[in-house]
Design a protein around this ligand. Structure first.
Ligand SMILES: [Zn+2]
Length: 333
């Protein structure tokens, strides 16, 4: 983030955030008015105490803030005042695509405002301030109006939201790490892809890095020797050890769903999931991988999630796994 504090301006923030800011509680909090999630993909609550001395606060001054009136085309009818100084600052992410110019960030803030006012029936965008990846700070409800970003804590906090999805990417076991052979040929994949296709390998289960690595090597042998392909067909594989195994990766064309190969990332759960679903470690790893792909712009933000059976005549990814992914965001048969 850019730091553009003007040394001439007074640190007005001190008037709005309480003196106990020296031990401010920063919460990434999922609660919200109407019981919706402010950070919808991330239910984990993280609390962290930071120590910021009064000296460092007073030397910061105030950054330039894009006033609400200069980006919003809507009139707000929010009535509730926020009693200041507040004891907390609550940090969010918008869980949307990121933005890196003032224009693209303005468009993003407007669409979040639309979502909050139309779909959630809020009086305005929920956050007090919104920050783009270019360093632009947008005034949402500002310092004086009660926010709608952390139910139960709105009256005690200023809610600041960073535009983007900042879920961390899962650990990926590289080809080298699982003992993969080099591919015999490769083609580039055009990214971001509009689809994610879920498979199961329909073979043995595995729940340790040793057994999953061995299983991935078996599958690669089968795809290369028996089927005569250049490489293991899938872009990624997921073990019940909760790890992601690199197949062809993000930027190499896969061989897993014929006509969908050039327009999808193929993710395969290691095992046969007709009569039982993969464990939660594996399911979480897959969801985290998809979120990671979106955050890196390798998967489109508007992607469709499909089972292999939705694009070809096959029972893949097994009835039990198929039932699970039908409940995931972006699923589209
Ligand atoms: Zn399949």
């Amino acid at each position: 983030m850019r730091s553009n504090f003007s040394p001439l301006e007074q640190p007005a923030a001190r008037n709005h955030i309480s003196a106990s800011w020296t031990k401010t509680k920063i919460k990434q909090n999922e609660e919200q008015e109407n019981q919706n999630l402010a950070c919808p993909e991330d239910n984990r609550r993280r609390e962290q105490r930071i120590s910021l001395s009064p000296v460092s606060v007073s030397s910061l001054g105030c950054p330039k803030i894009v006033e609400r009136s200069s980006w919003s085309t809507k009139k707000t009818n929010c009535k509730s005042e926020l009693k200041t100084p507040v004891p907390w600052v609550i940090v969010h992410h918008t869980d949307t695509l990121t933005c890196d110019t003032k224009e693209s960030c303005t468009a993003r803030v407007r669409s979040i405002q639309d979502h909050h006012t139309r779909s959630r029936n809020y009086c305005d965008i929920g956050y007090n301030f919104i920050i783009g990846n270019d360093g632009t700070i947008f005034e949402g409800r500002g310092w004086r109006k009660l926010g709608a970003h952390a139910a139960g804590s709105n009256s005690q906090s200023i809610g600041i939201s960073f535009i983007g999805n900042f879920l961390s990417c899962p650990t990926i076991v590289t080809r080298r790490q699982w003992g993969g052979k080099n591919p015999t040929c490769r083609s580039n994949q055009r990214t971001p892809v509009p689809n994610v296709i879920i498979h199961h390998t329909e073979g043995a289960f595995c729940n340790s890095r040793t057994t999953c690595s061995a299983q991935v090597r078996n599958i690669q042998n089968y795809h290369m020797k028996t089927r005569g392909w250049c490489d293991i067909g899938y872009n990624f594989l997921i073990g019940e050890d909760g790890l992601v195994y690199e197949g062809r990766g993000w930027t190499t064309l896969g061989a897993h769903a014929t006509s969908y190969n050039p327009i999808s990332t193929g993710i395969s759960f290691i095992g046969s999931f007709t009569n039982r679903a993969p464990n939660s470690a594996a399911l979480n790893a897959a969801r985290s991988l998809i979120a990671c792909g979106v955050s890196k712009n390798l998967i489109k933000g508007s992607y469709a999630l499909k089972g292999h059976r939705n694009v070809m005549s096959t029972s893949c990814p097994g009835n039990s796994l198929y039932r699970v992914i039908q409940g995931w965001p972006h699923f589209k048969a």
